[in-house]
Design a protein around this ligand. Structure first.
Ligand code: NCD
Length: 320
């Protein structure tokens, strides 16, 4: 049977990918995330929407930002949250992961947030848990990172004033980037004007992917007139030694410097999912400069994850 992220009542149960989700649902989640934003310096938004629910964060790849973000999102909604960083041998990944999930499920964990470097583990697990249990992806291989896609969309909506007619350029290692794939799904669904992909040929995605985006061969071409530029780091852990570009060459050709940013629109905003490699894909003056929304993205990440957790919990509570 074809895997579906929706339950029998048509409500979102799992969130493994943004691909195929309807625009109104994405908009609803972004709108709800906005409700959770507070002015800087004030106390964060809180509710009891997840009271009684237990969230298990299961990360088999290192993460600081996304794990902390999901943890805070769960806690601020009143959930019990446990964090597990586990190392699994990849040969039996699916089954071993499932054993861990069954154990936690037996302890009453009902919402699992999973990050794993292997494609398909999330779907495999989602196909085996009890009916009331949900799986949320916090990153799957190079394929998908749905809450990152939502937070990037929220940043663009807020700082570019919407999606229609706007040009967003993603620069760097697109081939190995789940962030780029989820941004592509979110932004094309939400009606972005133009999405450009830009990076060295060996780091661009295979030809069959990102068919609604325009590929640019130079950073200058990619940046001209852009409303937002998203810089990506080189995913060294997902490539062979021979594929890796030389750092100095990379910065010379693809690094975002203040001068290059000047080619984009005057008020072009700069995004980066983190972790950043300052002096490689982005200069510190740009990362910390007035056009950077990189820290805001982190704030939006918690709000978006609260919106997603609440939405999924509501779907369960509405139908028992
Ligand atoms: C990204 C990830 O882990 O996919 N980071 C993140 O979620 N904050 C991007 C990356 O690792 O480069």
């Amino acid at each position: 049977m074809h895997f579906t992220q929706f339950n029998a009542h048509g409500h979102l149960r799992h969130l493994l990918t943004l691909e195929g989700l309807p625009a109104p649902l994405l908009t609803q989640l972004l709108d709800r995330a906005e409700d959770f934003l507070r002015p800087g310096g004030s106390l964060p938004a809180r509710s009891t929407a997840l009271a009684g629910i237990t969230v298990g964060n299961l990360f088999t790849e290192p993460s600081t930002r996304t794990r902390a973000s999901f943890e805070l999102a769960g806690k601020r909604l009143g959930a019990d949250v446990i964090n597990l960083e586990i190392q699994l041998s990849s040969r039996v990944k699916g089954e071993t992961m499932l054993d861990t999930i069954y154990t936690l499920q037996a302890m009453g964990v009902d919402l699992f947030v999973i990050r794993d470097a292997e494609a398909g583990v999330h779907e495999y697990v989602a196909g085996h848990v009890e009916d009331h249990v949900s799986i949320l992806s916090a990153g799957e291989a190079h394929l998908s990172h749905p809450t990152q896609g939502l937070l990037d969309a929220l940043a663009i909506r807020r700082h570019c004033g919407g999606f229609a007619g706007k040009t967003v350029t993603i620069v760097g290692d697109l081939r190995h980037s789940r962030v780029a794939r989820s941004a592509y799904h979110a932004l094309t669904t939400l009606g972005i004007g133009e999405l450009r992909l830009c990076g060295p040929a060996q780091l661009l995605p295979p030809a069959g992917e990102f068919h609604r985006a325009r590929r640019c061969t130079t950073l200058e071409e990619g940046l001209a007139g852009a409303d937002a530029v998203m810089m990506l780091r080189i995913q060294r852990e997902r490539m062979a030694e021979a594929e890796m570009p030389e750092v100095a060459d990379y910065h010379a050709q693809w690094g975002l410097t203040p001068a290059r940013l000047g080619l984009a629109k005057r008020d072009c905003v700069v995004l980066h999912p983190g972790p950043m490699n300052r002096g490689v894909e982005i200069d510190s003056t740009v990362a910390d400069g007035p056009q950077s929304v990189i820290q805001r993205q982190v704030t939006y990440g918690v709000a978006v994850r609260m919106a997603v957790l609440e939405h999924i919990a509501n779907g369960r509570l509405a139908h028992g």
